[in-house]
Design a protein around this ligand. Structure first.
Ligand code: URA
Length: 222
């Protein structure tokens, strides 16, 4: 009898891989149209993703990033919540409304930036994504979004997305408000809008961080 060999899930395989799996052609996109096409292919490739445990833990859909593919500024949150899972768009619930206000206070709109999450599927009861879920999704989807969009500045919102880019041994309260360079891109970690809903006094702190981002963008755009 022929033995069926079980294919390892990609997240097992990724543990053996160097970080930063890049989707074919991700880094070659230059024009807005090329970026739009590549983001479309990425969505098609992963819209039924089954590469981590979140695929079978009650998600309704895979929630990809939104905004312009030629964004200068990219925001990265944690994972979709209930509203995002239902509507298929990141940051549309209460925390999302606050993020939209912050973006507008910067003189921008949601359509002029790119908003994504490190994990694209809703964790049950909005629990924090596990390291395995985070690293799998980061390598398969987030890194490709970044490679395609090539933002000039990235803002990580809260601990999981900051850990995904800067490593596990960070404390968001200690490192927020400073730029860190990742593959030549300035990354500014700040507090997550959901944290601001619970701690409104910290809104001022986040605004200071956003002002630094606005200055950095001006510098980079000359
Ligand atoms: N929190 C996140 O981190 N992402 C969302 O999309 C919504 C809430």
């Amino acid at each position: 009898m022929k033995r069926k060999t079980k294919q390892p899930k990609l997240y097992d395989y990724l543990k053996l891989q160097p970080k930063g799996f890049v989707f074919p052609d991700s880094t070659t996109a230059q024009t807005k149209q090329e970026k739009t096409n590549l983001l479309g292919s990425l969505k098609k490739r992963f819209c039924k993703c089954d590469q981590c445990p979140l695929a079978t833990q009650g998600r309704s859909q895979v929630v990809f990033g939104v905004g312009t593919p030629s964004a200068t500024l990219m925001f990265i949150g944690e994972a979709p919540g209930k509203n995002e899972d239902e509507q298929g768009e990141p940051f549309v619930g209460r925390a999302g409304k606050l993020l939209t206000k912050i973006i507008e206070a910067m003189g921008l709109s949601r359509q002029e930036v790119y908003i994504s999450n490190v994990v694209k599927c809703r964790p049950p009861n909005n629990r924090t994504p596990t390291t395995l879920e985070r690293e799998t999704c980061k390598n398969l989807i987030l890194f490709n979004e970044i490679a395609i969009i090539k933002p000039k500045v990235i803002c990580t919102l809260g601990s999981p997305s900051t850990k995904a880019l800067l490593g596990d041994d960070i404390k968001i309260s200690q490192i927020r408000g400073k730029f860190f360079e990742v593959n030549g891109v300035p990354v500014m970690p700040t507090f997550h809008p959901a944290y601001l809903l619970r701690n409104p006094a910290e809104k001022r702190t986040v605004w200071e961080d956003m002002k630094k981002i606005m200055i950095k963008i001006k510098e980079l755009e000359g």
